[in-house]
Ligand binder design. Structure first.
Ligand SMILES: *Cc1c(COP(=O)(O)O)cnc(C)c1O
Length: 428
């Protein structure tokens, strides 16, 4: 297959100078095997690899590209911003505009601070929660990802209310000894953790619609119990909406669930493809941050003028009436079509979506936690992944990742995707 040749050449070159040939691990195709596709350019719902093969793109830079690639209004805003300067290290009016735009849409936030990556935003929100409460312990859930800051890079041990073991080398156990890792959607475990440690817990951080163990919703009961227990125990409820913010709807997962968190972490869509993220919440908590308060947080490129232009232009488009209705409908059509195709071929399959985010499993029923997600059939997934790739459809190269539809995906793109999947299901 000559179309992989140029990608192979680049991969070879990349591996000589960049660990694994990639600057973020999942791009390396380690889970599915084969050669990563090096992207040359992208437009609308498509990107082209180094061999000029076109793919319908269902990763959208892992979430940010909700308008598709190269949206004219966003490109124009970025081009105009670049001419005025790349970075100043002094405040700009555009930062205020973006802050105002975010706060106007996410009503749980009264103030927001802009940073450059989701990792940085989650890490800073955690420090703020600890600083504001004067407490050490945090709760996170197995399968939820909150960036790669030390204290958050923990998987669960088995058993009840297990304190975390580091997931990565280079994280001393002492650094995660205050991170309590619980099973997602497990109310009994949550109640026990609060019964044991409630007065010491600074915050509970959660992806309320989880997108880093494929796509798993927190049940309404579970999310509601998180809110209640945090309130009763004086802990802050932190919604990590880096993926779900402006992706599952205009008000994120908190809007879908009807729950008001104390702190919200945003990223991905709010930068429209440029490095930009944010965290925010009530004024009294946010004013604990430097320069007003004792919690230190800073960034040379924070609120970058080009990134904020990109984010603002993106938010302007998604704020137009009917945007999320149309996107949800499109994503639903994809998910329903895939389900019907799998059913027709007798392949165990379940799928779900919200707004422009979806997930599917080679399982009969939707999983409710990480352990259940991991039972999805990896071998069948790899066949599906490579079959789709050959047919010009690019989904996430690992079965524990969510997928993303953009406003630029056409009905024909969706139909072609379902058709390609049907051909592969027939062989499974
Ligand atoms: C992507 C993601 C992050 C990390 O964001 P980066 O910009 O990659 O550092 C944190 N939390 C969630 C829920 C994410 O999906």
């Amino acid at each position: 297959m000559p179309h992989t040749d140029q990608n192979e050449v680049l991969f070879e070159r990349a591996r000589a100078v960049i660990p694994g040939g990639v600057n973020s691990p999942v791009r390396a195709f380690r889970a599915v095997g084969g050669t990563p596709r090096f992207v040359k350019r992208a437009q609308g719902a498509y990107f082209w690899d180094a061999a000029d093969k076109r793919y319908i793109d269902y990763i959208g830079s892992w979430g940010p590209m909700i308008l598709g690639h190269g949206h004219p209004a966003v490109v124009e805003a970025v081009q105009r911003a670049v001419v005025d300067g790349f970075s100043f290290g002094a405040p700009t009016e555009r930062e205020i505009e973006l802050a105002e735009a975010i706060l106007a849409l996410v009503s749980s936030m009264e103030m927001v601070r802009l940073v450059s990556s989701g990792t940085e935003a989650a890490m800073s929100a955690l420090r703020l929660a600890r600083g504001a409460t004067g407490r050490k312990y945090i709760i996170k859930f197995e399968g939820c990802y909150h960036g790669h800051a030390d204290a958050l890079l923990v998987k669960a041990g088995s058993g009840l209310a297990t304190f975390g073991n580091p997931t990565s080398a280079g994280v001393p156990p002492e650094v995660v000894q205050h991170t309590l890792v619980l099973e997602y959607n497990n109310i009994a475990q949550l109640e026990e953790a609060f019964a044991l440690h409630g007065h010491e817990i600074a915050c509970l951080v959660i992806e309320a619609i989880a997108g880093n163990m494929n796509f798993v919703r927190a049940s309404a009961e579970f999310a509601g119990r998180c809110r209640e227990l945090c309130t009763q125990n004086g802990a802050l409820l932190v919604f990590d909406e880096v993926m779900t913010g402006f992706r599952v709807g205009a008000r994120g997962a908190q809007g879908v669930l009807g729950i008001t968190p104390d702190l919200t972490v945003l990223g991905k869509v709010i930068g429209g493809g440029m490095p930009l993220a944010a965290f925010g919440g009530p004024r009294a908590i946010m004013e604990q941050l430097a320069p007003l308060g004792p919690v230190y947080q800073a960034g040379t490129l924070s609120g970058n003028p080009v990134a904020t232009a990109c984010g603002l232009a993106t938010l302007k488009e998604v704020s137009k009436p009917g945007f999320y209705d149309a996107l949800s409908k499109k994503t639903r059509t994809l998910v329903d079509g895939l389900k019907a195709a799998a059913a027709a071929e007798g392949v165990p399959f379940s799928a779900d979506s919200e707004g422009g985010m979806f997930g599917f499993f080679l399982l009969d029923a939707l999983p409710q936690n990480y352990t259940a997600v991991m039972k999805s059939d990896g071998t069948k997934f790899n066949t599906l992944f490579h079959g789709l790739l050959d047919r010009g459809v690019y989904i996430a190269p690992a079965l524990y990742e969510a997928g993303f539809v953009s406003a630029a995906h056409s009905d024909d793109d969706i139909a072609a995707t379902i058709d390609a999947a049907r051909q592969i299901f027939a062989t499974l």
